[in-house]
Ligand binder design. Structure first.
Ligand code: DC
Length: 231
């Protein structure tokens, strides 16, 4: 990391799947005029590339090699893998479940580390994922851990999938989500957990706007913030 990167402010938003962190991260970044890192997309892209290349995903060195060679471009709402927009494809459950499973592999996590840190450039970065505050940006100026109970998250994911034209079953989604949470929380490499200096926000009963405001409120009180205190 160079000195400009370490001076660039970062807000990390970690949390379980479908806690709303992606939407909240994008809105906060948009309001502040900062860039955004959707780190889960990098795990999903690695999973999709493995599927498409027929890579044996138990071969950790091969999976890491796929991640190192990913040809990815984030272009507004588009996510280009080898020039092809896969933004919708990487959101499906098959890719998400494989991403969660390979995410426990340390060689893959190492392969993605520099790629994630390279997103830290001025005027600021909002980074969303599982280990943004604990591993990737431990010196972040503001760390958020966004929680929501599993029923609220499954309902949100169900709605999202249906809006995107996928079929979705609430009971199955809840079961998958519980399994994915358990995997993400119990793995030995960078498990999903709140950094000791993270601010916990439970969004089960909050709208997206209320959650975004809670994050901006915390940021406005930070000494590095240039936005006015909100209350
Ligand atoms: O946030 P998401 O659901 O798009 O992430 C997909 C998977 O990637 C998730 O199950 C765990 C993994 N992941 C991770 O291990 N570390 C991150 N920083 C982001 C995602």
């Amino acid at each position: 990391m160079n000195s400009t990167q370490s001076l660039t402010p970062v807000i990390t938003i970690d949390g379980p799947t479908a806690s709303g962190k992606g939407t909240v991260a994008h809105r906060v970044a948009q309001i502040l005029g900062w860039s955004v890192l959707d780190s889960g997309a990098l795990y999903r892209l690695s999973a999709l590339a493995c599927l498409e290349q027929g890579v044996d995903t138990t071969d950790q060195a091969a999976v890491a090699e796929v991640a190192r060679n990913l040809d990815v471009e984030f272009k507004g709402p588009q996510i280009l893998l080898n020039g092809r927009d896969v933004a919708t494809r990487i959101r499906d459950e098959e890719v998400g479940n494989l991403a969660s499973s390979i995410a426990s592999q340390q060689p893959l996590r190492d392969a993605l580390l520099a790629r994630q840190r390279a997103f830290r450039c001025g005027p600021g970065l909002v980074a969303d994922g599982r280990d943004m505050g604990t591993v990737v940006f431990p010196d972040a100026q503001l760390k958020i851990f966004l929680e929501a109970d599993v029923a609220a998250r499954a309902e949100r994911r169900c709605k999202q999938l249906k809006e995107k034209g996928f079929s979705a079953n609430l009971a199955n989604l809840m079961k998958d989500m519980e399994a994915r949470d358990a995997r993400d929380r119990s793995r030995s490499n960078a498990p999903l957990c709140a950094a000791s200096d993270a601010n916990l926000i439970d969004s089960s009963n909050l709208s997206i706007d209320e959650t975004v405001n809670a994050v901006l409120d915390l940021w406005s009180k930070h000494p590095a913030s240039t936005i006015s205190p909100r209350s």
